[in-house]
Ligand binder design. Sequence first.
Ligand code: COA
Length: 333
Amino acid sequence: MMNYSRITGLGYYVPENVITNNDLTKWMKTSDEWIQERTGIRERRYFEYGKDTNYSMATAASRQALDRAGITANEVDVIIYATITPDYFFPGSAFLMQRELKMDGKPVIDIREQCSGFVYALSIADQFIKTGMYKTALVVGSEIQSSLLNKSTEGRNTAIIFGDGAGAAVVQATSDPSHSILSTHLHADGRFAEELYMKDPGSSRELPFSKDLIDEGGFNVYMNGNAVFKHAIVKFTEVIQEALNANGYQSSDVNLLVPHQANIRISDYVRQQMGLAEDQVINNIQRFGNTTAASIPIAMAEAWENGKLKEGDLICLAAFGSGFTWGSALIRW
Ligand code: COA
């Protein structure tokens, strides 16, 4: 008997602290109008120091996903945790969440594929389940980015985009291919590693923590916005087409697209290329900004809450991000 995998529960957590575009003008020269026009973002959440941590947000999202799947943490065989903003340099935040969920002895995998992190993590879960090695995986994306942004005018092209939050999915084995993950497609291109990156603290430095390095800005996120934009619109479209081709579908067969929330203009472009209606694409970047690895599971969890993930629907996930990385997943819900 073949094993397939399906998502049986989704959850998310975002910090209470809402930062509007107007709030950002306290730190940098920008405007609500500029930000909304270029990115679609109206507000984002920032973690509350002393209350939220990367792993506490992931734990909250996971508990909700487990609850909705109707299982306990004891029944999970593996945690796959995507983040580029871990609580510690090492070990990864998956260990801290595993401890919180009292899952001693269960394997954890930390992955860091940036904005494509959740799609990569989901693909890993799918492979583990298809081989029969595990029956239940907890797949998480969680990010605290607000503490790593340069919020002065100098860093405004990145600072306006990113926000904090976490999303989680319970992925379980099923023998029924008609409600399962149909395929995942992953890509990377390291030639563009420095187009969107955070350089420090790098281990290959003579002095990884010198004041000079801090002054040089290596501890802040750097992004070549134009280069990212240009590649994103091409790769999003390509990797969605790859998923459709692999399964013998075309764009018009897709009921719902859940794109990584990079920028509303990127999502709109992809939507138009695919010929989808506005209500066939999930967009919540207006309220949460770009939450990197957390963005797809947050968007999916909200879509589920709003009754937008309907049994039998063809759901397409797609992501693009730093690395560069890109990927897609096609799901028969
Ligand atoms: N507020 C006001 N002005 C800003 C600004 C801000 N937050 N950020 C940049 N500007 C200014 C620039 O200084 C520049 O001014 P100048 O022409 O006087 O030099 C002007 O706006 C245009 O800057 P540019 O960086 O070329 O803007 P852009 O049109 O490329 O928009 C992004 C910038 C970041 C919105 C856009 O490149 C983008 O969305 N890229 C994709 C990013 C993305 O999706 N990243 C996530 C990938 S996972």
